[in-house]
Design a protein around this ligand. Structure first.
Ligand code: ADP
Ligand code: MG
Length: 441
């Protein structure tokens, strides 16, 4: 009988293209000894491959585990136990080194965080908290879209306090829940309470997953109060502000709002460029300005993609022994962009928008001036432009608009609304996520 890890990799084979399988996945081995039901550990031969798999396949792997075992584990791609990577300039395995047995990523520091208009407020708040934990704002609640640096910022505070010898716990809702369940069934709740109520800093990432989990909300509420009564700092992240988290007890919402709520917006182009430079520096990848600008324009809003892209550029340039010029970058990344977008079509967007907004998809393309339909039409245009490779003239034609300036006008309008209207931004992002996850990769 194959190990569960092997079974999962076999299942993955059927889901990804052959080249990716041969080049990357085949090199993985499952670490049966170190893995647990909620933590799947694989070993990759070097940091490049590890990083690439982490970026591209870790979610899929976790999902396949969930299908087979009903538990979705965290997936860690680590290097072999005895050896270090020997590839020069390899991307350092960012999420694997955990000194002091802590779960913090040591590269998530304030120094490595690029500050721009989009994240300035949250940055300063986190900085203040690191200087006066438990005093200034408790809790600090940071929210914003995927890949905008929430985890990075909260862990920056963690790393400062860790260096001062403080006890820091970084956890997710899922981990907290697992821990709770385990201690409950082992009748060791005292230890659970000791652990979570005696730390100096509690970092809870992605709290939106508390939604509708009643028992753990109760437990979390008591943990929260115990810590705050002792002036121990709590930092929470979420993809939305407290009042927008559905299925969450009112008393928790009001607790979350009782400190400081700070949002992070998508980075401006200049900030994106600086983040890429920073990542190049940390990972010792050399890119010239033109290439950096190019990468900045293709990553849209999710900064998480940067490491995958750098890793890919680096891997290819080493494989072929050539420098990373702009032509080279375009060629290498073209395939990735096409791949990312090829499965999303305007029709798919129309279907999802129509379904979610309760109208008919044919109405979106009609000439109707009904406000609900206009609303849906604008969002569909915005998502089509953001998520598919269609040009503005193509979209104008598809949606029966006069010309490309009409599309451009709609884009501006939506961007403005998203900036000024929180509810609207969340709605559009939700729709965008629905579109992205409904496509088979
Ligand atoms: P989130 O938790 O909001 O989804 P992360 O904190 O995981 O996002 O950030 C995703 C990646 O982008 C990480 O590698 C992080 O270091 C990087 N990143 C995001 N914002 C910044 C920033 N302002 N400066 C430097 N790196 C950033
Ligand atoms: Mg995060």
């Amino acid at each position: 009988m194959n190990s569960i890890g092997k079974q999962v990799l076999n299942a993955l084979k059927g889901e990804i293209n052959e080249i990716d399988y041969q080049r990357y996945i085949k090199q993985l081995s499952y670490d049966e000894n170190e893995s647990k039901s909620n933590l799947a550990i694989f070993r990759a031969p070097n940091a490049l491959i590890a990083n690439w798999i982490r970026t591209k396949f870790a979610d899929k792997i976790a999902h396949l585990f969930e299908i087979k075992t009903n538990v979705k584990p965290s997936v860690s791609i680590l290097l072999p136990l005895s050896t270090q990577s020997t590839i020069p300039n390899a991307i350092t395995p960012l999420n694997t080194e955990r000194p002091n047995g802590s779960l913090l990523n040591p590269s998530y520091t304030f120094q490595n965080f690029v500050v721009g208009d989009s994240n300035n407020f949250a940055f300063i708040a986190a900085k203040n908290v690191s200087e006066k934990p438990g005093v200034v704002y408790n809790p600090l609640f940071i929210y914003g879209g995927v890949g905008l640096g929430k985890t990075h910022l909260m862990q920056s505070v963690g790393n400062v306090m860790l260096a001062q010898g403080k006890t820091v716990i970084y956890t997710s809702v899922e981990q907290f829940l697992n821990d709770f369940t385990r201690h409950l069934s082992n009748r060791t709740m005292d230890r659970f309470k000791d652990k979570y109520r005696k730390c100096d800093l509690l970092l809870i990432d992605d709290i939106q997953f508390l939604s509708n989990k009643n028992q753990i909300q109760e437990e979390f509420f008591h943990t929260f109060d115990a810590l705050r009564n002792e002036n121990k700092q709590i930092i929470i992240t979420s993809d939305k502000p407290p009042k927008k988290i559905g299925g969450l007890e009112e008393r928790l919402k009001s607790r979350f709002e009782s400190g400081l709520v700070a949002d992070i917006q998508p980075p401006e182009l200049e900030t994106k460029i600086e983040i890429i430079k920073k990542k190049c520096e940390i990972n010792r990848v050399k890119l010239d300005r033109e290439v950096i600008n190019y990468v900045a324009t293709i990553i849209e809003n999710n900064t998480r993609e940067i490491e995958g892209i750098l890793s890919k550029l680096n891997a290819y340039s080493q494989l072929m022994g050539v420098d990373i010029t702009i032509e080279f970058a375009r060629n290498v990344l073209k395939e990735q962009m096409a791949e990312k977008r090829s499965n999303i079509t305007i029709d798919l967007i129309m279907d999802i928008v129509a379904k979610e907004l309760n109208i008919k998809s044919s109405e979106i393309r009609s000439k109707s001036r009904n406000s609900n339909i206009v609303y849906a039409r604008r969002i569909a245009i915005y998502l089509s432009r953001s998520l598919t490779p269609n040009s503005m003239p193509q979209l104008a034609q598809y949606f029966g608009m006069k010309d490309h300036t009409a599309v451009s006008h709609t884009m501006k309008k939506i961007q403005e609304l998203m900036k000024n209207d929180e509810d609207f931004r969340i709605k559009v992002e939700e729709l965008s996520n629905k579109v992205s996850i409904s496509t088979p990769e």
